[in-house]
Design a protein around this ligand. Structure first.
Ligand SMILES: Cc1cc2nc3c(=O)[nH]c(=O)nc-3n(C[C@H](O)[C@H](O)[C@H](O)COP(=O)(O)OP(=O)(O)OC[C@H]3O[C@@H](n4cnc5c(N)ncnc54)[C@H](O)[C@@H]3O)c2cc1C
Length: 463
């Protein structure tokens, strides 16, 4: 129970300006970028915006003493409701902790506070010729802490991996306020359990990440963007599959179906070629022009064998940026197509990608929905978006059946529920079935050991 006395103690720690409790402020922290409906009960009692690890630690010590729920929050771009404070208590916003603590060029590593935006961190490293590859489409807004907590991926995952492949160490404030430091700059480290990995993807349920140590690589010297259009979605999927089978690993390779193409064309006044039903956007990179040229030739050959309708290499950086901004803006563009949209995030083994797309389109036909399909085809991670109007009688129930069938399709092809958005609230009903009873029991044991009072992001991941 949040009393005036507790509020005063917290104000004394972080300063009065960094504690918000007006109705409007609390409302502003009651939702995120998921499709969870607005509910008054999801308002936090207090919003707390610390600036140092020590402040986070003191706030957690108070929360632990009074058993107050704490929901860590980055930029609230999460897609599964992770930062929604479903049990009230404190919304702990890390968005004021934005410093780069150290950019270690010799070891090619960066230490940053958890609230820094992904794009700002990327740019700070790029200015020194260093490359932080994970690039979620939300990177202009999302925070590094949120990326770690969700183990976010991005367009470049196909070649460079996801957030976990770059996290070398963390500073984490535990539920009781103690400060844990894991990992370090050593490339090899088997000194006890791998606690760093434990917190990656933990969705704010095991600790509050305050500092992140990330590995960097050299920035590729050259980049190129290719756009390829096909007469069917199947041809686009086949092309990506054949390209990877041929040993060509582009930096990114994204697919969009005809629904996505249509909305992008309308919003940007682009004329689509007749018969275009899918588009693939590919980024290639390398050390010099000749490496780009040879990759382009090989990819063009594969595209031709899959009966590509259009093959175009972006002629300038501006053109390439335009193509990628279409892809980055796809989620918001698709959302304009119907009163409601339910977007999923299913990963399957790469060779199952064409089949899962086929099955999703069949599910769309069965329920009479439009399901827009786009995603990171190169790494087998798909974002099917169900477009619907849940004010129609029976529509919401149909959506839930369709989602269940999408998950069942993914599981039966060796995939799972989430490739990058986590479980949060929205995937809870399907979680136990996907991972099995022993996994749920093991995860709950870890949670109980680290957060015995259950104050950290309660009401998430499992029901
Ligand atoms: C348009 C759009 C496009 C997107 N594209 C992608 C994409 O390509 N790839 C991808 O992976 N995701 C994508 N996302 C999802 C989202 O951006 C990521 O999950 C991102 O990592 C969330 O970061 P955030 O700072 O907004 O975290 P929030 O949404 O604030 O929080 C997400 C979760 O992390 C926890 N958390 C946040 N900060 C901390 C911390 N410091 N310590 C402990 N826990 C914390 C929260 O409690 C919550 O459970 C997209 C979202 C949108 C809206």
């Amino acid at each position: 129970m949040m009393t005036e006395d507790i509020k005063k103690k917290i104000r004394d720690i972080v300063g009065p300006d960094n504690v918000l409790d007006s109705e409007l402020d609390r409302f502003g922290y009651s939702y995120d970028s998921s499709f969870v409906p607005l509910v008054p009960a999801n308002k936090p009692d207090l919003v707390v915006r610390p600036t140092t690890t020590d402040e986070v630690s003191q706030v957690m010590a108070i929360a632990s003493e009074y058993e107050i729920p704490v929901t860590p929050r980055g930029a609230a771009t999460g897609r599964t409701g992770g930062s929604i404070p479903v049990k009230g208590g404190i919304s702990l916003a890390l968005d004021r902790m934005t410093k780069i603590v150290e950019l270690d060029e010799r070891n090619m590593m960066v230490t940053a506070e958890a609230g820094i935006r992904t794009f700002d961190l990327y740019n700070a490293c790029a200015a020194k010729g260093l490359f932080y590859p994970p690039d979620p489409a939300s990177w202009k807004y999302s925070t590094i802490g949120g990326n770690v907590a969700e183990n976010s991926g991005g367009m470049r995952a196909v070649k460079y991996g996801v957030t976990k492949n770059y996290v070398m160490g963390l500073e984490v404030v535990l539920a009781d306020g103690s400060i844990l430091r894991t990992g370090g700059k050593m490339i090899k480290n088997v000194t006890g359990y791998d606690l760093t990995s434990l917190f990656v993807g933990s969705e704010g349920t095991l600790g509050v990440i305050t500092n992140v140590l990330l590995r960097l690589i050299s920035m590729p010297k050259k980049r190129g963007t290719l756009q390829i259009m096909f007469r069917s979605l199947d041809d686009g999927c086949r092309m990506i599959h054949d390209m990877l089978q041929d040993g060509i690993v582009p930096a990114a390779s994204e697919i969009m179906d005809d629904i996505c193409l249509g909305v992008a064309a309308r919003r940007r006044n682009i004329d689509l070629p007749d018969g275009a039903k899918s588009a693939v956007i590919i980024e290639i990179d390398g050390e010099d022009e000749s490496s780009l040229e040879s990759q382009t030739t090989r990819i063009a050959n594969v595209a031709r064998s899959c009966e590509a309708l259009v093959f175009r290499a972006a002629a300038s950086e501006k053109e390439a940026d335009e193509l990628w901004s279409i892809r980055r803006g796809m989620s918001s563009a698709v959302a304009t197509l119907a009163p409601n949209r339910f977007s999923e995030d299913i990963p399957v083994p790469r060779d199952a990608f064409p089949e899962v797309v086929r099955r999703i389109k069949k599910i769309a036909q069965k329920y009479g929905f439009l399901i827009a399909v786009y995603g990171h085809a190169g790494d087998g991670n798909l974002h099917p978006s169900i477009l619907c109007d849940i004010s129609k009688p029976g529509e919401e129930e149909k959506v839930h059946h369709a989602i269940e069938e999408i998950f069942a399709a993914s599981l039966s092809l060796g995939g799972t529920l989430s490739g990058e958005h986590g479980i949060g609230i929205t995937k809870q009903p399907y979680f136990a079935n996907a991972v099995g009873e022993v996994a749920v029991r093991t995860m709950k044991a870890v949670k109980a050991a680290l957060d015995p009072k259950g104050i950290l992001n309660p009401g998430k991941i499992w029901l």
